[in-house]
Design a protein around this ligand. Structure first.
Ligand code: SF4
Ligand code: SF4
Length: 437
């Protein structure tokens, strides 16, 4: 099979060996879960429960009338003890529903449905009712993505997991293959797409084999093996590599007739349609050179990250923790508060020792153009960052800051350790704030 890829990007060390063979396990529930009312791109939810309410696992605790939003659910049986702002992985406080976890948990009772009898509209309604969002990290509401204004002829299931260290998608691919493939078929049915491609990086040969074994029995499902290159899992790069279609700058994949969904999202879609199960738990990877027991664990959304880390053995003895990152090493967010909860888009918790974490100062740009040579979006990260640094956000936007999807490659290759992604985020915030006025 030909291995495909895209232009530019970088070859990073994989560091998958810590956890890639660790089967998905569960952990003991914490004493309290914190369900942020904003876990997605779009309008935040409003709480639909109040302090003192008894809630059951899978019960809706927050919702919104806005189309671009996604409901949130209790991930445990328990009692609502607060509806208040709580720390969020982005570094801000976000209005959240706090639930004290009952000692006795009841297994939720789901009603099985015949998914083959569901039409596209019914599937989309089930997805919306389950509060499903893109679980690769972007957290865009799935029912919105599946309402394209143009015809779609291809669904690509993003099975790349191109960031180093992360292995939760890999485990989902090999352990939940049937549910993932069924979910992909349901997604395709919503938009009437006749073709499904699973794009998998070649460092997951067992994943390639598992999906191929099922795909061979199905009409219109293919597996495309991709090079191990970052950011292979970014939508535009994945589409280019898999089917050689170019998504124009500032446009979405639907412009070229494609919808991309993550493997975890496909499983969530299957569970929502088959059992009516909302998205209240997810698989994430706990790993890094300072992780005592690297693992892939299914976690109740709202679990504090400190509890997840503890349940996975904590930090390695003798290793002074240098950094904890939620997400991947390239796009994740450093965390200082261990009470921050796991959310729908949390793919990993990376525990790094002090030795692993480079602590270098930011230096002026030396105009080496390495960032320009490697940017997968063909932008000028040097010009974006120098303008943003001087508060010239309009100029930074003209150099393409709004097209940047914050992959972090420019920071990785920059010899001056320039905080380019942070400056891109500052630009986007400034442009968005001025657009609202
Ligand atoms: S400018 Fe944006 S898209 Fe380009 S390499 Fe930097 S972070 Fe990635
Ligand atoms: S890689 Fe860094 S130093 Fe080189 S041009 Fe880009 S921003 Fe400047």
């Amino acid at each position: 099979m030909t291995v495909k890829s895209f232009d530019r990007g970088v070859f990073l060390p994989h560091y998958k060996e810590y956890s890639e063979h660790e089967a998905i396990t569960t952990i003991v529930l914490p004493e309290e879960v914190v369900i942020p009312l904003q876990q997605h791109i779009g309008a935040p939810c409003k709480a639909v429960v109040k302090v003192g309410d008894q809630v059951k696992t899978g019960q809706k605790v927050g919702d919104s009338d806005a189309f671009v939003s996604a409901a949130v659910f209790a991930s445990v049986d328990g009692t609502v003890t607060a509806v208040e702002p709580r720390p969020h992985f982005t570094g801000t406080d976000v209005e959240s529903v706090v639930i004290k976890v009952d000692k006795n948990q009841q297994e939720p009772a789901w009603t099985e449905r015949d998914i083959s009898a569901m039409n596209g509209e019914e599937i989309k309604t089930a997805i919306k009712e389950a509060g499903i969002v893109g679980m690769g990290g972007a957290a865009f509401p799935t029912h919105v993505k599946l309402s394209p204004p143009k015809p779609i002829d291809l669904i690509i299931i993003n099975a790349c997991e191109c960031e180093p260290f992360l292995t939760c998608d890999h485990r989902v691919i090999v352990e939940m293959t049937d549910a993932m493939v069924e979910g992909a078929k349901l997604i395709a049915k919503v938009v009437d797409a006749p073709r499904i491609i699973f794009g998998i990086e070649k460092n997951k040969p067992d994943g390639v084999e598992a999906v191929k074994a099922l795909a061979e029995k199905e009409e219109g499902i293919e597996v495309v093996e991709l090079d191990v290159k970052y950011p292979q899992g970014a939508e535009k790069q994945l589409i280019k590599a898999a089917v050689d279609r170019e998504v124009p700058p500032g446009k979405l994949p639907l412009e070229v007739g494609v919808v991309v969904q993550n493997v975890g999202t496909a499983v969530a879609v299957y569970e929502a349609c088959r059992y009516g199960k909302p998205l209240y738990e997810r698989v994430l990877t706990v790993t890094g050179d300072a992780a005592a027991r690297p693992a892939n664990v299914k976690v109740a959304i709202g679990t504090p990250i400190g509890h997840v880390i503890e349940e996975c053995g904590g930090f390695k003895e003798g290793d002074k923790p240098g950094k904890v990152i939620m997400g991947g090493p390239m796009t994740g967010f450093a965390q200082t508060d261990m009470n921050v909860p796991v959310v729908k888009g949390s793919s990993g918790l990376l525990l790094f020792s002090e030795e692993m974490v480079a602590k270098t100062e930011h230096m002026p740009c030396v105009r080496c153009a390495r960032c320009v040579d490697h940017c997968p979006m063909f932008l000028y990260p040097n010009s974006i960052s120098t303008n943003a640094e001087l508060g010239r956000y309009d100029e930074a936007a003209e150099w393409g800051a709004m097209d940047c999807f914050e992959c972090g490659i420019c920071v990785y290759v920059c010899p001056s350790n320039r905080p380019i992604v942070q400056l891109v985020r500052d630009t986007k915030k400034d442009v968005a704030a001025r657009a609202k006025r």
